[in-house]
Design a protein around this ligand. Structure first.
Ligand code: G3I
Length: 305
């Protein structure tokens, strides 16, 4: 294939990017996005603060613009994210107990119902595990409503949109030997054993020199897939430049391609200037929209798979 989406499709995989609604009027941006990607994630527009700015008053216009752009261009959509300790609307941030649990479940139900039938996979719960060596849940207002909050969110999402795949999504879960990876693995194994509805695990894959692409990435993806879930690279970016960055991009794609149930890769933005890492150059296109060495190594890796 001569584009990322065409090359990924040769092995039955998708290739995605994060899209920001306020950039859909930038034709350099939309030209690249339309040509290279066939799976779209809203970078911010479907988050809790964006979709429920006041309690029980839902705001879907920006998310809808992204879904409409994606669907009119024949692309699928990953939903991001229904429940998260971060990016909560102000009214939710200081809630606790039953009121918060019910507000969270109502949010999951309402948003998943609004987008019912239009979402390939939802990040139902985002970033619920702690960094460091504990392998435990992260403390948050949602966690303090009870350890079962995650499974409750998954059950509510399944009831609202039975056709969407339901994913758990997190970062720093790429290295098999890290405690955080093991914590998430144990949760997914438990969910599968008890019939909690979970279909996929998303690996955000935000890499930099302090958090490099692990050499055992394929092991991590294969072990999760063996639990009976799809695995997906959901927010890929790698700090750096030139051949070093290109090599690391190739490695991530080789790891995904070596695992049958690694169903697709999403990069977290189109051009370097679109990245949340404002001062970095972590993506596949430079600020002018030119293909970088990392683009070529990624395309070659996809074509070799
Ligand atoms: O749109 C407002 C603008 O009106 C305002 O003037 C400006 C001032 O701060 O803020 C703008 O909103 C910012 C928004 O990005 C759009 O640029 C928010 O402050 C900023 O917090 C927000 O950052 C996003 C971040 O998630 C929030 O958590 C990034 O764009 C987005 O790339 C990033 O994505 C996350 C994933 O959702 C989860 N995994 C990690 C990943 C990277 O942090």
């Amino acid at each position: 294939g001569s584009t990322l989406q065409a090359a990924a499709a040769e092995s039955g995989r998708y290739y995605g990017t994060a899209i920001a609604a306020n950039k859909l009027s930038d034709s350099t941006y939309t030209t690249i996005a339309n040509r290279e990607f066939n799976m779209i994630t809203a970078e911010n527009e479907m988050k809790m603060d964006a979709t429920e700015p006041s309690q029980n008053q839902f705001s879907y216009s920006s998310g809808d613009r992204i879904v409409s752009w994606a669907r009119s261009n024949g692309k699928r959509v990953r939903g991001h994210a229904l429940a998260w300790h971060s990016q909560q609307p102000g009214w939710m941030q200081n809630m606790s107990g039953t009121a918060l649990r019910n507000a969270m479940l109502n949010h999951v139900t309402q948003v998943a119902t609004h987008y019912k039938g239009q979402i390939y996979a939802w990040d139902v719960v985002n970033e619920a595990y702690a960094d460091g060596s504990s392998g435990a849940r992260r403390d948050s207002n949602l966690q303090r409503t009870g350890n079962d909050w995650i499974e409750a969110a998954f059950r509510a999402a399944r009831a609202a949109d039975p056709a969407a795949k339901l994913c758990y999504n997190d970062y720093n879960t790429d290295n098999w030997s890290h405690a955080k990876t093991q914590g998430v693995y144990t949760m997914v194994r438990d969910f599968k054993a008890r019939g909690v509805p979970i279909d996929c695990v998303g690996f955000q894959a935000h890499f930099n020199s302090g958090n490099p692409v692990p050499s055992n990435y394929d092991v991590t993806l294969r072990n999760f897939a063996a639990l009976g879930v799809d695995v997906q690279i959901t927010e890929l970016d790698i700090e750096g430049s030139g051949s070093s960055q290109a090599q690391q991009y190739a490695g991530v794609h080789q790891a995904c391609l070596s695992v049958a149930r690694c169903t697709g890769v999403t990069v977290w933005g189109v051009r370097d200037t679109d990245s949340w890492r404002a001062s970095g150059t972590p993506l596949l296109f430079d600020g002018s929209g030119n293909k970088k060495a990392a683009y070529t190594s990624t395309l070659n890796a996809l074509n070799a798979g």
